[in-house]
Design a protein around this ligand. Sequence first.
Ligand code: C5P
Length: 258
Amino acid sequence: MSDESRPSPAQTAVAAVIPAAGRGVRLGPGAPKALRALNGTPMLIHAVRALAASRHVSLVIVVAPSDGAAEVKSLLDAHALPGGTPSGSWGSTDFLVVPGGDTRQESVRLGLDALPPEYGVVLVHDAARPLVPVDTVDTVIEAVRAGAPAVVPALPLADTVKEVEPAAEAGDPEPVVATPERARLRAVQTPQGFDRATLVRAHETVTDDVTDDASMVEQLGLTVVTVPGHEEAFKVTRPLDLVLAEAVLARRRLNDGF
Ligand code: C5P
């Protein structure tokens, strides 16, 4: 389909791609990060639920470790919402599982390759951000539907950030080369939202190693915009983050019987 004949993002359905193929070495030894349990439920399941909670998201594509697609598919079936929905769907949200690649970028591209034609808006969400609130998901979707080609949830920084000359050996002193003005910096989260054609073009065009999808769109020369992120959309990276995530879940259970 040419870009001209493609329906506008405002008219089309929303799908989410969840790259979940990373090993998560910074969490320490054990299962792939997305399959680590938070309060007894795998992090990936929390992440899928968080996106399926949006009434706009009608398909979730999970990109599994390349040798773990069957395991992830059965995990999703086992945690499907009660009510006897058929295999491959959770209530009104369908899901697909595809095997991932060696890098996050490759995993996202493999997820995009599996996207049916009717989806014009794509969210890319890290499995490692299992607790993103539905309001954040919906705010990102609204901004894409309003016409932004790429949208990222973002928060101001608490820490001052230094640019350094990285040392050859971890732990060695590193010379500081610059201190960017903190008020102009934002920490960005996921889901990042895109007009589908824009994200596909970015993945076809940009081959540099990147740590998020929006930076690929920036490299196309297009404007990426931020919307307010949320402190509960933090990335579970280190062991202390698991403790924090379980505390957030406990607080939600107390507050609203989640
Ligand atoms: O490593 P990092 O925390 O940046 O990973 C972000 C997300 O990308 C995680 O959800 C991880 O599972 C995913 N990933 C992937 N394929 C890879 C590497 C990371 O899907 N090869």
